[in-house]
Design a protein around this ligand. Structure first.
Ligand code: ZN
Length: 304
């Protein structure tokens, strides 16, 4: 038997991150690769298995103790993916059972935003906060909730769906089946799509922020609305949960001047004064690795 090592996997819509970590919290190996397009889940798991075996083999004398997978989508408490708009192949897939069958080690499965929230809470910008929210604004809008030092999952595992807060009268259909969802107004993808309509040409998120910095009114219109809608969503969450910290992650969180500063101004409009006064809004510290660190923390607590 070799030294025990945990494998943490972040199964995202665009990329997959795998990190192996030992009991001293030392990262042994890390790999990142593109999510294969529309592949059958069994093939996707096989690919992950090959990578994990490669990472273990590189170090020698390592024994896989457990696997923790976080995944974009609606994941129930039994580790079953109900649906995943960003990884359609995982629709109605028993991810925990299938992974256990493939590796013969204990497996934890978690929603990716919950995992990232827990990673930031244990090892990043949320250290020491009893109650906090982690909000990621990238392709979509995700949210993980920490209440009294624990992930709050709700009754079935579907709590924290801030991206589907109703924040505007808008007709754009969302993957959840509703219209007017925050995700369809404030995510990076929504910003790019709406700007493409305004300009009548294809724009990506970076183009829109660049145009905003040049003072172009079309991009200002799109970004102002995205910021206002996100502020409404966050304010509702602050008014409901009164956390001490809100951590913003995802690509859009890097747009300090164009997005984060105006967001803070808007929060003043919609949040009750005592809740706003005590909350600190800041950027995440772990970047794209928040999810894998969260899965490592959950495995460490469950299996050490
Ligand atoms: Zn929705």
């Amino acid at each position: 038997m070799g030294d025990p090592v945990y494998a943490a996997v972040d199964l995202g819509g665009t990329k997959i991150i795998i990190m192996t970590v030992d009991r001293e919290r030392s990262v042994k190996e890390r790999v990142e690769f593109s999510t294969p397009p529309a592949r059958a889940p069994a093939l996707m798991l096989r690919e992950i298995k090959d990578y994990i075996e490669l990472l273990l083999g590189k170090q020698g004398k390592l024994q896989l103790a457990s696997i923790g997978i976080c995944c974009a989508g609606f994941v129930n408490k039994e580790g079953h993916v109900i649906s995943s708009p960003n990884i359609p192949a995982l629709h109605n897939f028993p991810l925990k059972i299938e992974t256990e069958g493939m590796f013969s080690v204990p497996v934890i499965v978690e929603n990716d935003a919950n995992a990232a929230a827990y990673g930031e809470y244990r090892f990043g910008a949320g250290r020491g906060s009893a109650n906090m929210l982690f909000i990621t604004v990238s392709t979509g809008v995700g949210c993980g909730i920490i209440l009294e030092h624990k992930i709050y999952r709700g009754s079935g595992g579907f709590a924290g769906e801030l991206g589907h807060f109703q924040v505007a009268e808008d007709q754009t259909p969302c993957a959840c089946g509703n219209r007017g969802c925050l995700e369809k107004l404030s995510s990076g993808e929504a910003i790019a799509w709406r700007a493409s309509q305004e300009y009548a040409q294809q724009m990506d998120t970076a183009d829109v922020f660049q145009a905003f910095r040049k003072g172009e009114p079309e991009s200002k219109l799109v970004i102002d609305r995205a910021v206002d809608c996100l502020a409404r969503g966050i304010a509702n969450a602050l008014n409901l949960l009164n956390p001490e910290k809100v951590i913003i992650g995802g690509g859009v969180s890097n747009e300090e001047e164009c997005f984060i500063a105006p967001l803070m101004e808007c929060l003043h409009k919609y949040t009750i004064a005592p809740a706003l006064k005590m909350v600190e809004v800041c950027k995440g510290e772990l970047g794209a690795d928040a999810g894998v660190w969260g899965m490592f923390a959950l495995m460490e607590e469950s299996f050490s």
